[in-house]
Design a protein around this ligand. Structure first.
Ligand SMILES: [Zn+2]
Length: 417
């Protein structure tokens, strides 16, 4: 993997670049659609490429390990070949899901995203609902033992095992196995998680080195909302080098974030990480987070929100006079199940140029969701993904044209309204 910075914004962490992988390039900054189980839910891969315009997809190690199993994906010729995606691929390390799906009571519940999941664990912890007996996952200094969300069978991930599984799945970019502490974890626990993440990162790097393939390994930075821990973790992972010379090819920023953390936690990390390697912000994807993320030096993002929301009939819209709430504020999201759309024959979002917006009316999409027709999920998923992918492409273009600060201010003003 090679990363080249094409353009930097003066006095800012924002930059535009190109990640070159054996399966093609990713123009950064970029939003990467999530295909958790080797499918971007409801959207065929040719649409991801031609209609959404995404350069890469990210799949989930935990889910693919449980089903169909990493060995089957290896036999198929790797993740891209298995799912008929010819472009670059990522897998996350599986750690986050092993801890969180294992820990939350009522597993299998629809969980909006990483942030929601972490806060749910947090609530249950603070209410004393999580006790060691009911926990589905147990973490120790060597890894995590967890029960499958599919059949309750017991499994164990260690740093070495996660790397082995990810090499079997065979994505172009893979992540080190880290410990993602819950947002409510106290300073001492976050500190312990940073240390554990450092020790595990080194073990991942050693294991990764034993493979003679072209897969790139990204180290993960933790540290919660504590500046000293974030900077320490970024230094640990950024400077890590084996005696034989191997270091991480890029970095992931893990944890739980709301928009206020992007200008703090993410910024602290990116001020410390080496500039010449790409940085991925894990599991974050609301429009405002993407704008602030790019401004603070993030190169790639992934999030399940656009497809998960789409399946419930929720569509992102560009905030404008077209969509106002009861108080006259511009809305950034609409739900097609609202009765106002039943006889609304306008395009989904008049300012969007995706195929769904060009060809289908709000009334038709509203009908599909009311009738529980599967096509609704596909059409709105294409729109939501296009919306985010193109929002980040717009930021990239602005960086290259030297107009980033103006574009950022305009978008922040629109999306904050
Ligand atoms: Zn659209």
């Amino acid at each position: 993997m090679k990363f080249t910075i094409q353009s930097k914004v003066p006095n800012s962490l924002a930059r535009a670049g190109i990640i070159e992988t054996p399966h093609g390039i990713i123009e950064t900054p970029a939003f990467i659609p999530v295909g958790t189980k080797a499918t971007v839910k409801a959207v065929p891969t040719d649409l991801i490429k031609d209609k959404v315009g995404a350069d890469a997809v990210l799949a989930n190690t935990y889910h693919l390990y449980l089903q169909p199993g990493d060995k089957i994906i290896k036999k198929a010729g790797g993740l891209g070949k298995f799912m008929n995606w010819s472009g670059p691929t990522f897998t996350d390390s599986g750690g986050f899901q092993a801890f969180s799906l294992g820990t939350v009571k009522g597993r299998g519940k629809k969980i909006a995203d990483r942030n929601d999941q972490l806060s749910m664990i947090n609530d249950q912890e603070s209410q004393g609902e999580i006790d060691s007996e009911s926990m589905m996952a147990k973490i120790d200094d060597n890894g995590v033992t967890f029960k499958s969300v599919i059949d309750g069978s017991e499994h164990r991930f260690t740093p070495e095992r996660s790397i082995e599984i990810q090499h079997n799945i065979g994505a172009d970019l893979i992540f080190a196995f880290d410990e993602c502490a819950t947002p409510g974890a106290d300073y001492d626990y976050q500190k312990k998680a940073v240390e554990r993440t450092r020790l595990w990162a080194e073990r991942c790097l050693i294991k990764h080195k034993s493979y003679k393939d072209q897969i790139a390994l990204l180290g993960i930075v933790q540290g919660g909302r504590h500046e000293d821990l974030r900077r320490q973790s970024a230094k640990d992972i950024g400077e890590m080098k084996l005696p034989s010379g191997e270091s991480f090819d890029g970095f992931g920023i893990g944890g739980s974030f709301d928009k206020d953390d992007i200008g703090t936690a993410v910024k602290w990390v990116n001020e410390v990480l080496p500039e010449n390697k790409p940085r991925h912000l894990l599991g974050i994807g609301e429009p405002i987070d993407l704008i602030l993320g790019v401004a603070n030096g993030v190169d790639t993002f992934d999030c399940v929100a656009p497809t998960r929301l789409a399946r419930t009939g929720a569509a992102y819209v560009y905030p404008s006079e077209n969509f106002l709430d009861a108080d006259g504020n511009k809305k950034g999201r609409i739900n097609l199940l609202n009765s106002e759309f039943k006889e609304d024959f306008g395009p989904l979002d008049p300012s969007c140029s995706c195929d769904t917006c060009k060809n289908y009316s709000r009334a038709y999409l509203a009908h599909l969701f009311r009738a529980k027709e599967m096509l609704g999920a596909t059409l709105v998923s294409v729109h939501n993904l296009y919306f985010l992918v193109n929002l980040v492409k717009k930021l990239r273009q602005a960086i290259i044209e030297g107009k980033f600060e103006e574009e950022k201010e305009k978008l922040l003003k629109d999306f904050a309204s």
